[in-house]
Design a protein. Structure first.
Length: 308
């Protein structure tokens, strides 16, 4: 029997059956699946389609196989780790949910997620939440980021789970396919889900006074079915996105503004860091490439985990 993984807890997964009563069952991974993908901390993740077997004698469900993924969002388990962690699979869009303050916006963090999405061919958008908190000055900062990302082909949407700003458009956008909400803890992912789909019951956390960061309320990603055939995956807040070992040319390729100017560099293998006659560096100087994005590019290239 086939099933859709709603949640993964390592060896145990929660699965929606795709036939019969379409109930939700807990299943255990067969050892061979674990062995097939030793580099991953979780060989099966939410959004995966799996083949299940039911043992009538014991009443146990086991996962016998995993269907090939269309795509996935994976990162390093930690920045220095050789192991990877799969956040979610078979996605139609990734939303990087952010706020300007509490938690503070970080272009470097957004760019790491956007690069990963681009590398796996998944459309990506930024969602700047908590617009109810903005004054004129913060709104102009928000507009600035919108311009920066427009040049990178990434739309920046504004929203507030509290005031309802932008939720109508967001609900429409969420109405098809499988969408992943990811980003820093405390940005409002779960609050947005609950505002968009009342009754979903995603756990939210208050900003803790001591750290001014969201408390940890979700420990694993959860796939919610919206009832219209669409699905939304809420994910636990992440502190840093440990980026995979991409080749330098791949990193440049997935920054569309850099890709656009690179053909005019003198050297075909130009890394845009120190070479003479570099069209990319020139474009940064002339502000045809946004400085913020170029700084991110350099920091990813040098594997610097200091986000800006
Ligand atoms: N001012 C404001 N606070 C919000 C908004 N959305 C969420 N919050 C608050 O931010 C904190 C973290 O929200 P939560 O949904 O748990 O964030 P998550 O970690 O990204 O899922 C909670 O205290 C929410 O009430 C919003 O649109 N505006
Ligand atoms: Mg949450
Ligand atoms: Zn160059």
């Amino acid at each position: 029997m086939k099933g859709l993984v709603l949640e993964s807890h390592g060896q145990r997964v929660t699965v929606r059956l795709q036939a019969g009563d379409q109930g939700v069952v807990q299943a255990t991974l067969r050892g061979k699946i674990r062995l097939q993908n030793l580099k991953s901390t979780n060989p099966v993740c939410c959004g995966d389609l799996v083949e299940l077997c039911y043992e009538a004698k014991t009443g146990d469900w086991t996962v016998e196989g995993v269907a090939e993924r269309r795509n996935h969002m994976i990162r390093k388990a930690t920045n220095l780790s050789k192991q990877t962690h799969a956040l979610a699979a078979n996605l139609d869009r990734v939303w990087v949910v952010c706020s300007l303050f509490e938690p503070k916006f970080s272009g470097g963090f957004v760019d790491r997620i956007a690069l990963t999405a681009a590398a796996f061919g998944i459309p990506c958008r930024v969602l700047l939440n908590k617009s109810d908190r903005w004054n004129d000055e913060s709104r102009s900062i928000a507009e600035h980021w919108r311009e920066v990302y427009a040049a990178a082909g990434i739309e920046v949407w504004f929203s507030s789970a509290w005031s309802g700003d932008g939720l109508k458009e967001l609900a429409n956008a969420m109405n098809e396919g499988t969408q992943l909400l990811t980003g820093y803890s405390g940005a409002g992912k779960s609050s947005l889900l609950n505002a968009l789909f009342p009754g979903l019951g995603a756990a939210t956390g208050a900003i803790s006074e001591s750290s001014r960061k969201g408390t940890h309320t979700t420990t694993t990603a959860t796939l919610y079915e919206t009832g219209t055939g669409a699905a939304i995956i809420d994910s636990p807040g992440i502190k840093e996105w440990g980026i995979l070992d991409f080749e330098p040319y791949e990193i440049a390729y997935h920054f569309p503004e850099i890709r656009e100017h690179a053909p005019a560099c003198r050297y075909p293998n130009c890394s845009h860091t120190h070479e003479p006659h570099c069209a990319v560096q020139l474009a940064v100087q002339d502000q045809r490439i946004h400085h913020e994005r170029f700084v991110s590019y350099l920091s990813i290239l040098t594997n610097d985990d200091q986000y800006n």
